[in-house]
Write a protein that binds this ligand. Structure first.
Ligand code: G3I
Length: 307
């Protein structure tokens, strides 16, 4: 097929992108979005600070514009993200433990309720593990500080009840290299959840690559190892610094690894065009600032079509 989404669909996968609601008035942006992708993630609009800026007062209007666009185009929608220490309003950080627990569960219930039946996969908990050598939890998270290790499990149990048909994912970055302590820490948590029946369906590997976090040669091992625990894997925020054939080859490695792992169900790139990448000054995406297809685009399309 001639587009990313249609080619991925022939392989039984989706190919999505993050979008920003503020760009939806730009016709080039929307043309590429609608032509190439068959899944959408809101880049910021479904985060806690956007949806519940003060306690129990929800504002879904901007997120709904994204959800409605996905529905009108027959695209899938990924939910990002319910419980995260970042882009978290101050009112949550200042709650007592008991109030924080009920606020977390209320947030999950209300947000998942709003998009029940539309979001195929939710990032229930995002970035809960620390960088570095320990493989442990991220200590600066207010949820970790006030509720302890058990908050992740509680969030997943609440999420299962809130939308029994949504896939529930744990999502993180720097978990691509199988030999990294952080990857192993997440792996142990997922293994523990599966062995105790804590509801989890998928692991999201964000896939933000640059010289400090290069594409590892063992990436397929990482995908397969998680899949072997009995969860799906998804590449959820892919972008790769650089340009030209280096960048195209790195994209090839990631996309081919996904196709080689049966439980790798889809790929999302973290933006439509280099022009609006969160990594300003870099060119990590598949379309340049003028919406031209890059070498990396052509390589990804070729890999998707060759299986
Ligand atoms: O909305 C405000 C706006 O009102 C204000 O005028 C403006 C001035 O700075 O800021 C706007 O908020 C910005 C927001 O993006 C929306 O544009 C924030 O400053 C900015 O920090 C925020 O950056 C986002 C970042 O997450 C924040 O954590 C990026 O767009 C977004 O791409 C990035 O995405 C994360 C994933 O959610 C999780 N994984 C890593 C990934 C990359 O950092």
């Amino acid at each position: 097929a001639s587009t990313l989404g249609a080619s991925a669909a022939e392989q039984g996968r989706y190919f999505g992108t993050a979008i920003a609601a503020g760009r939806m008035g730009e016709s080039d942006y929307m043309n590429v979005l609608n032509r190439e992708f068959n899944s959408i993630t809101a880049e910021n609009e479904m985060k806690w600070d956007a949806l519940e800026p003060s306690r129990n007062s929800f504002n879904f209007s901007t997120a709904d514009r994204i959800a409605n666009h996905a529905r009108s185009q027959g695209m899938m929608l990924r939910g990002h993200t319910l419980v995260w220490h970042s882009q978290l309003p101050d009112w949550v950080k200042n709650l007592s433990a008991n109030d924080m627990r009920s606020a977390m569960n209320n947030h999950i219930n209300r947000v998942m309720g709003q998009y029940r039946g539309q979001v195929h996969s939710w990032d229930v908990v995002n970035e809960a593990f620390a960088d570095g050598s320990g493989g442990g939890r991220r200590s600066e998270s207010p949820f970790q500080q006030k509720l302890g290790d058990g908050y992740i499990e509680e969030a997943f149990r609440t999420a299962r009840a809130a939308d029994p048909n949504a896939k529930l994912c744990y999502n993180d970055y720097n978990t691509d290299n199988w030999s990294h302590a952080k990857t192993q820490g997440v792996y142990r948590m997922v293994r523990d959840f599966k062995s105790r029946g804590v509801p989890i369906d998928c692991v999201g590997l964000q896939g933000h690559f640059n010289s400090g976090n290069p594409v590892p040669s063992n990436f397929q091992t990482t995908l397969q190892s998680f899949a072997d625990l009995g969860v799906d894997v998804q590449i959820t925020e892919l972008d790769i610094a650089g340009s030209g054939s280096q960048q195209a080859n790195d994209y090839r490695t990631i996309v081919q690894a996904c196709l080689n792992v049966a439980r790798c169900t889809g790929i999302t790139v973290w933006g439509v065009t280099d022009k609006y990448s969160w990594r300003s000054g870099d060119t990590p995406l598949l379309f340049d600032g003028n919406y031209n297809k890059k070498q990396a685009y052509n390589t990804v399309l070729e890999v998707l079509n060759n299986g």
